[in-house]
Design a protein. Sequence first.
Length: 159
Amino acid sequence: MALSPTPTLDAADLAILDILQRDNTVSQREIAAAVHLSPPAVQRRIQRLRDSGIIRAELAILDGARLGHPLTLIVSVRVHDEHPRHTEPLRKRILAEPAVQQCYTVTGESDFVLVIAATTMPHYEAITDRLFGGDDNVARFQTSVALNCLKAGFQIPLA
């Protein structure tokens, strides 16, 4: 699906986005009351924001520890050659791996940073074997184990 052009956002759009990114289960009627618009106007605006790609996804953020995935691991990966033809197999494995919650290509000492949810350290080792094992382009990877989560979320500060 092709995205529509990025719309110009007014104060009502920003207020709608702020509400939705905090809790996307708020009804359109409640949003309408909060932003002083009619529910159909809010519905049209939300659809426009979806169509433009500003709203990328609507999801529930789950508590991994309560669901048997108590480990959060931050993994920095360095490759020998960053050219897409050399990193494409790794990118495909990362995209296909359900335990990878987030992945960023980055500047600096590493080329990729991954956030991985795992059940145990042996589970994590199996994940790293699937992702990096046998890939001669992976120079090294370094793992940090999250001891505690101070803050997690995807909210973007809106003016």
